[in-house]
Design a protein around this ligand. Structure first.
Ligand code: SF4
Length: 390
């Protein structure tokens, strides 16, 4: 009898009923709106960023359910190679440990021949994409950028060139004495297929003045992105979080990305990038905290799913920034893409990441299966190339 009574009062049903009863009514209403497919406001996102305890667990569950309804159980990834063609940079972003001055002993610039060689090697090893980004090297001419694209396509015509951040586009355009549109058009004609939506960092000019004062402002970033989309060049979208920022800027950033997408439909995915702090000036000088907490990582991915779902259905987890353990958790809280195998990641490594410079395809598939989902290789624009049900 006693056992039966215990069983009744601690049943799963009663547990969930208790949880539902104890949840904050405002937060419950936001979850219900999200599950009904209603658009969440920036204010709703701010409420969700405040969640803790049971509401935080519910946030993960709701984001996971919305992910399931939208993209199913597939977790996608792309086989790609990173090529960071120079680390010499005239900017001094305080969160960046990758940049070097020209005379530093480990400063480098790759020749176009070497970039072409690495691209061909990547293609022969199964990569469908090269992701090419570099510092703002004062020694290169603006036409270096289209020359890279032309030379790669000449040797490896079918590889997708995903290259040059909006900051590099502004730099290259200035150097070529062209406007943004003309420069992007020239790159497209030379073989550029898509742009990384990096250099967004956090879309707040006040914070940008603190963490990257020489970088393009918010308006210019949006202008480059919209111009690319209008020219038929898709881009990713990103947000670097966990430094001097907080929920207000995150909610505003995600809403800004959503507004752009409503207008252009040119984003392929949203990629939250957790700040890697150890070797950065920003952290070492006491200007930033040591990255986001685990619960902030979960919240950013889950709330991105809730805010963006209707407009950007792919939420990517950066295994480079989070490591495989947090990556698994974020895949269970709204994310559906694992990004690229990368082959040679440098930016996070120099900032102090210990997560590795590459992840093999088999490792990715194993991680995806371990959480009960189905791995699928995709191309850069999310066409499925290789789907493995079992
Ligand atoms: S983030 Fe880019 S622009 Fe800024 S210092 Fe580093 S390499 Fe240069």
């Amino acid at each position: 009898m006693k056992q039966e009574a215990l069983h009744c009062s601690f049943s799963l049903e009663s547990l969930f009923n208790d949880i539902l009863k104890s949840a904050d009514p405002l937060v419950s209403k936001i979850f219900n709106n999200a599950l009904d497919g209603k658009e969440l406001s920036e204010k709703d996102a701010l409420e969700l960023f405040k969640t803790s305890k049971v509401e935080l667990l519910m946030l993960g569950l709701v984001a996971d359910e919305i992910r399931r309804r939208t993209v199913g159980e597939t977790v996608t990834f792309v086989i790609n190679r990173n090529i960071n063609f120079t680390n010499i940079c005239s900017n001094r972003c305080k969160f960046c440990a990758f940049r070097r001055n020209q005379n530093d002993p480990d400063a480098y610039i790759l020749s176009i021949e070497e970039i072409v060689r690495r691209s061909g090697e990547a293609w022969r090893n199964g990569a469908t994409e090269v992701c090419i980004q570099g510092g703002l090297n004062p020694n290169i001419e603006g036409y270096f950028y289209p020359k890279i694209c032309e030379a790669i396509k000449k040797k490896t015509p079918h590889i997708h060139i995903h290259a040059f951040s909006p900051m590099e586009i502004v730099f290259g355009a200035r150097k070529s004495q062209l406007n943004i549109r003309e420069f992007l058009k020239m790159l497209k004609e030379a073989g550029l297929d898509s742009l990384p939506g990096t250099a967004a960092e956090i879309l707040d000019d006040n914070l940008r003045r603190t963490i990257c004062p020489e970088k393009i402002d918010v308006k210019t970033w949006i202008d480059v992105i919209k111009t690319a989309h209008n020219l038929g060049i898709p881009t990713t979208s990103t947000m670097m979080y966990g430094h001097v920022d907080g929920p207000q800027q995150w909610a505003n950033h995600i809403r800004t990305i959503r507004d752009i997408q409503k207008e252009t439909n040119g984003f392929t995915e949203f990629i939250p990038l957790s700040f890697v702090h150890p070797n950065t000036e920003l952290y070492r000088s006491g200007g930033a905290r040591p990255g986001a907490t685990g619960t902030e990582d979960v919240k950013v991915h889950a709330i991105s799913r809730l805010m963006l779902n209707k407009h950007i259905k792919n939420i990517q987890v950066s295994w480079v920034k989070l490591g495989s353990k947090m990556t698994e958790i974020c895949l269970l809280a709204g994310a559906n893409d694992l990004g690229g195998t990368l082959m040679e990641e440098n930016i996070s490594k120099t900032a102090g990441a210990t997560t590795g410079q590459r992840m093999e395809r088999l490792e990715m598939e194993k991680m995806i299966r371990k959480i009960g989902r189905v791995p699928a290789q995709r191309d850069t624009t999310y066409n499925i190339l290789n789907f493995q049900k079992t």
